[in-house]
Write a protein that binds this ligand. Structure first.
Ligand code: CP
Length: 325
């Protein structure tokens, strides 16, 4: 395989040729401990501004597969509270500025993974990736996203791997469906899923209530089918996810919950409209809101192999970055 070197990992384009990346996935999955010389005496720093189960465990496991040392920092559980704005008088509860903290953290490691969710208050602040871009600018280290304000590429890569492993036709129909939730959630997962499906060889459809249109930077020209039943017809994969209003059509609605209609919850009746589709979700998932128990527990549910593939997507990404150090 030709090696595609990476210094950052945020978007599908960072991975280069997708067919080549999927061949590398198979190579890594068949020999996940075979690249340990790459990681020897190299340190990954994983920085979490937000909670995580899968990303934390799968990324750490991937780095250990590669022979690396790993440091995990939960910023909100033991570190100094960080100021992110310049020009402020720091007389509040924030003891350290990000602009000192970043180079200090970088001095202890060779590459950095960051989780920093959208605040869902100011669309411009979130969509400019204000926090993560400071790490890119001031760390001097390769940076990869472990879910940022707008993207979750390790998840989308694992989703693509899972679809490739389960598809029964050359070009399967993949449907991203919005589903209701009790809290306002960011758009990072649907943004990346849309971006990656647009790059993959699939028949991709998005369905959601009006007002939830994703940013065209990620959704591209994909037509939205507002009739969920029509969207589900003939589907081979149903990818459910809640997201709050992206504020594309009405910026003042950014981050709001516009709909909580339970008719959008994916249940057995919804799945009966499909081509015996597989059910996917990135997890964590709230049963009874996004999906019913019987659908997520059915033989068609891929949520566990999908989560397991997070180890593989992370290992391919970290391996690529190590190859460029
Ligand atoms: N899917 C995902 O990123 O899970 P965590 O939030 O638990 O890491």
């Amino acid at each position: 395989l030709n090696i595609h070197l990476m210094n950052t990992f945020f978007n599908v384009s960072d991975l280069g040729n997708l067919t080549q990346a999927l061949a590398e996935v198979r190579e890594v999955k068949n020999n996940r401990f075979g690249f340990q010389p790459l990681g020897k005496n190299k340190t990954l720093l994983m920085i979490f501004f937000n909670n995580s189960l899968r990303t934390r465990l799968s990324t750490q496991k991937a780095a250990m597969n590669l022979g690396m040392n790993v440091i995990v920092l939960d910023v909100n559980a033991g570190a100094w509270k960080l100021e992110t704005e310049r020009g402020v008088i720091m007389d509040g509860d924030k003891s350290e500025h990000l602009l000192e903290a970043i180079p200090v953290m970088a001095s202890y490691c060779d590459l950095i993974g960051i989780r920093s969710f959208a605040g869902l208050v100011e669309r411009e602040f979130d969509y400019a990736e204000t926090i993560v871009n400071q790490f890119v600018a001031y760390s001097g280290r390769p940076i990869f996203a472990m879910e940022t304000a707008t993207v979750h590429p390790l998840q989308a890569f694992a989703d693509l791997i899972t679809i490739e492993e389960h598809k029964k036709s050359e070009r399967p129909k993949v449907v991203l469906t919005w589903a209701p939730h009790c809290r306002a959630l960011p758009q990072a997962v649907p943004n990346s899923f849309a971006e990656w499906m647009n790059a993959a060889d699939v028949d991709f459809v998005i369905t959601h209530p009006k007002g939830y249109e994703l940013d065209p930077k990620f959704a591209g020209n994909i037509k939205v089918e507002y009739d969920q039943r029509k969207a589900f017809e003939g589907a081979d994969f149903i990818y459910a996810k809640n997201w709050s209003c992206p504020g594309v059509t009405r910026p003042s609605d950014y981050g709001k919950i516009l709909c909580n209609d339970p008719a959008w919850t994916v249940d057995q009746e919804h799945m009966s409209w499909t081509n015996n589709a597989y059910f996917m979700h990135c997890l964590p998932v709230r049963r009874g809101l996004i999906v019913t128990d019987d659908v997520i527990e059915s033989p068609q549910s891929l949520v566990i192999p999908e989560a397991a593939n997070r180890e593989i997507s992370a290992e391919v990404v970290i391996k690529r970055i190590l190859e460029g150090l």
